[in-house]
Ligand binder design. Structure first.
Ligand SMILES: NC(=O)c1ccc[n+]([C@@H]2O[C@H](COP(=O)([O-])OP(=O)(O)OC[C@H]3O[C@@H](n4cnc5c(N)ncnc54)[C@H](O)[C@@H]3O)[C@@H](O)[C@H]2O)c1
Length: 366
């Protein structure tokens, strides 16, 4: 398909999506986190009504920078608390649920596997239990990860029909979350009036406003802001890096399409094009070039660090062919948008808000 035809199709899909989400009641778990905050911001631009459920935001968080507490209905509570979760859903009566709440860091899962499994597996059971009692619900998307697959360290991308068996507790808990969703979908959401249920497996997501520990882009940003050298733990590891807007665009298209027709429900990979599965070193180098100001990096490999996959790629043919989704921003554009947002934020929260607004408008042609 030519570039021109694709941008015409994108424009059409963007308009359909803005019309679809207007006034929709959307419940988002994990809305105080990095991806959740971007998702809220997009949905607010589409004039959706948002209710969130998550632990309170970190002091330094995109959620606080964007003042999302005053733009959404809030539930600051634990996903492991089934009765609070049920009440929140009963009160809000959502049509759409995005489930993002999770302990999402691999290294943290080595330090606290029990909490990771409780949050990521029982959290999924709890949200699906609450969903069973929600008559208004039409569309449910569980956000898992590219790490759900049994990693064979091979050079091509995993497909949705491949074996689910993450290695470390985080990845494995997300494989379990997929299995829980499969069971609920077939055991409980199996008649005409049931909501459509899907899982979305995205690659490593990057964008302005991620402050998480032990993630490469936030590590780059922290070092650049302090004028320090960026230290790379795994310079040679290859990951499918993708701007958060591309990934969320996939979730939004999926939730909309399956809301209209359940035949779209399923499990989908959302990742970058092959050329954007790059090494951590390449990512750091691109960041240094985009940031300027003399920032640089060096490798410091710890031979005793816990195991993490070396090569991980996704095959996204299914989402491209069935949902008409495709990645729009390559890794260089994603990195330059992060440098742009971070420098805007350096000048205050209002500048950060204006910058994120401009990036969302650019992406969705608003
Ligand atoms: N960021 C990535 O690169 C990436 C890649 C693939 C998948 N994911 C998935 O996307 C989702 C969001 O990731 P993120 O990067 O925004 O992470 P994040 O750490 O920024 O946000 C996590 C969210 O989950 C909430 N949460 C955590 N434990 C909770 C609990 N016990 N009860 C209630 N809420 C709880 C937090 O409050 C926060 O709102 C996660 O499910 C993660 O596994 C992220």
């Amino acid at each position: 398909m030519g570039k021109r035809q694709r941008s015409v199709e994108d424009l059409g899909l963007n308009i359909i999506m803005q019309n679809f989400y207007k006034d929709k009641r959307v419940f988002i778990t994990g809305y105080t986190g990095f991806k959740g905050s971007w998702l809220c911001e997009i949905l607010l631009k589409f004039n959706a009504k948002i209710c969130g459920y998550a632990l309170p935001p970190e002091e330094l968080s995109l959620f606080n920078i964007l003042d999302l507490k005053n733009k959404c209905a809030n539930n600051f509570a634990d996903i492991r608390d089934l009765s609070k979760l049920k009440n929140a859903i009963k009160d809000f009566k959502p049509e759409i649920i995005f489930h993002l709440a999770a302990q999402p860091i691999v290294l943290a899962s080595y330090n606290d596997p029990v909490y990771t499994y409780e949050t990521n597996v029982m959290g999924t059971v709890n949200i699906l239990e609450a969903a069973r009692e929600c008559d208004s619900l039409k569309s449910f998307v569980n956000i898992t990860t590219d790490k759900v697959y049994e990693n064979k360290e091979w050079p091509w991308g995993y497909r949705e029909n491949e074996n689910l068996c993450g290695f470390d507790p985080y990845s494995n808990s997300k494989s379990c979350s997929e299995l829980v969703t499969y069971s609920y979908k077939h055991a409980f959401f199996n008649n005409e009036s049931s909501p459509a249920v899907s899982t979305a497996r995205a690659g490593n997501v990057i964008g302005g406003g991620d402050f998480a520990a032990n993630r490469i882009v936030p590590d780059c940003v922290r070092a650049a802001l302090k004028g320090d050298k960026i230290i790379l733990r795994n310079p040679g590891s290859i990951r499918p890096y993708q701007h958060v807007l591309d990934c969320l665009n996939g979730y939004l298209i999926l939730a909309m399409k399956q809301h209209e027709d359940k035949k779209f429900a399923g499990s989908y990979n959302f990742g970058p094009n092959e050329s954007d599965s790059v090494t951590t070193e390449f990512l750091a180098k691109t960041f240094c070039e985009a940031w300027g100001e003399g920032v640089s990096y060096e490798a410091n490999v710890n031979a005793n660090a816990p195991h993490e996959a070396n090569i991980l790629k996704l095959d996204c043919s299914l989402a491209k062919n069935i949902l008409a989704w495709h990645p729009k921003w390559d890794v260089a554009k994603a990195i330059s948008s992060i440098a742009e947002w971070t420098k805007a934020w350096r000048n205050g929260n209002l500048k950060a808000q204006a910058c994120i607004d401009a990036q969302i408008s650019e992406f969705f042609n608003l």
